[in-house]
Design a protein around this ligand. Structure first.
Ligand code: NDP
Ligand code: GDR
Length: 361
């Protein structure tokens, strides 16, 4: 699909200010799309991930436009779909933090479950069922408690968090609108995907940023929860290409996007520290466990029970053979390359911050 001329096509991305939204907007602009994105009103700037794509609309015909909106406001969504009349909608907006969903379950359900319904209804109310293709950001969190390994499109779901339960509704309402109204509505069941612009509270970025800040002398230790959880981690840049391919298929369907490899949080810690030539030795048990940096002899990883979840997803490993066979999609970035790129990017930021700090002394 890369390189295909899509000039004149119009996409609407919800959640455009997030990690995936930013990568997808850039990818679609590169294909010639006009891209409209929905951002939330915020008291501070929240468009840092897409500022490089933005041009002042006063300059005339610009291909990237931002609109205020919210997944909890159907009037807003209907009006935007009516104004923009998109060929493709990518619904990426969500309260996407699994841990936070235990603290804000109702809001998570409102945005992540009912939000999907609101958007599908907007398409239907406006009579655009045959005109607008719809992508729903579904997730490997649907699999939750292990039923089958590796997890594929036919694996039964067993969500383990308010986030997973909300996304389960989003998944099925998308399937239902496809079957009930003949809409081109698809789920991408994406396994974890990360990047240098991953939110700082997700475990990969928390670790790579922590490693960089320890190396730059800005922090002493990283506080983590469950080190044994295993995830199938890929690169967001590869996955947004898969989202686009899902909407270019001949028939609407649901697809797993994954790498087929799994690693524990503990392995991720070790690999990230190895990027700055530090070897970690583990001492103690349970919440007393620490990761000692063999170079300095200091505890650079500590356990904080607050980061454990009431119910955990222990093991995710996906089988993307359907996407490979039907869409020609495969991930390009290895786990080691991903961690290397993230640590390198965080090191640049941490060293810059450290230099700024020492300049002010
Ligand atoms: P992020 O958390 O980085 O981005 C989420 C986006 O949704 C942000 O733009 C956020 O806005 C926006 N948002 C949150 N709540 C609302 C709301 N009520 N109304 C409008 N916008 C809202 O997530 P990712 O980019 O990582 O993920 C994109 C989607 O894919 C999400 O739906 C996520 O659940 C799903 N997913 C992600 C995976 C991953 O590994 N990254 C894997 C599988 C699925 P703001 O910037 O203002 O906070
Ligand atoms: P996840 O990602 O829950 O898989 O959801 P996250 O990075 O938050 O957690 C991965 C695993 O690491 C464990 N963990 C910690 N997690 C965080 N955030 N912080 C910690 O300090 C920590 N210590 C250990 C977690 O318990 C978990 O097992 C992500 C999100 O992007 C979802 O939106 C998406 O749907 C799924 O990936 C696929």
């Amino acid at each position: 699909m890369a390189g295909k001329d899509c000039s004149g096509r119009v996409a609407l991305i919800t959640g455009v200010t997030g990690q995936d939204g930013a990568y997808l907007a850039e990818y679609l602009l590169g294909l010639g799309y006009t891209v409209h994105g929905i951002k939330r009103r915020s008291s501070s700037f929240n468009t840092g991930r897409v500022d490089h794509l933005y041009q002042d609309p006063h300059e005339g015909n610009v291909p990237f436009l931002l609109h205020h909106g919210d997944m909890t406001d159907s009037t807003n969504l209907i009006r935007l779909v009516q104004q923009i009349r998109p060929d493709e909608i990518y619904n990426l907006a969500a309260q996407s933090h699994v841990g936070v969903s235990f603290e804000s379950p109702e809001y998570t359900a409102n945005a992540d479950a009912l939000g999907v319904l609101r958007l599908l209804e907007a398409i239907r109310i406006l009579g655009m069922e045959k005109q607008t293709r719809f992508y729903q950001a579904s997730t490997s969190e649907l699999y939750g408690l292990v039923q089958e390994i590796p997890q594929r499109e036919t694996t039964p779901f067993y969500p383990r968090s308010p986030y997973g339960c909300a996304k389960l509704y989003g998944y099925w309402i998308t399937v239902n609108y496809r079957e009930a109204y003949g809409m081109f509505a698809c789920n991408g069941i994406l396994f974890n995907h990360e990047s240098p612009i991953r939110g700082e509270t997700f475990v990969t970025r928390k670790i790579t940023r922590g490693v960089a800040r320890i190396e730059a002398g800005l922090e002493e230790a990283i506080y983590l929860g469950n080190l044994e959880a295993k995830r199938d981690w890929g690169h967001a840049r590869d996955y947004v290409e898969g989202m686009h391919r899902i909407l270019q298929a001949d028939v609407p369907d649901d697809f797993v996007l994954a790498t087929g490899e799994t690693h524990s949080v503990r392995e991720l810690v070790e690999l990230a520290f190895a990027e700055v030539d530090r070897r970690i030795e583990w001492r103690g048990e349970g919440v007393e466990e620490t990761g000692i940096d063999c170079r300095s002899g200091k505890a650079v990883v500590r356990i904080d029970p607050n980061y454990f979840r009431p119910t955990e997803v222990d093991l995710l490993i996906g089988d993307c053979s359907k996407a490979r066979d039907k869409l020609g999609w495969t991930p390009k970035t290895s786990f080691a390359q991903l961690v290397k790129e993230m640590v390198a990017s965080d090191l640049v930021a941490a060293r810059r911050e450290a230099a700024r700090g020492s300049n002010t002394l």
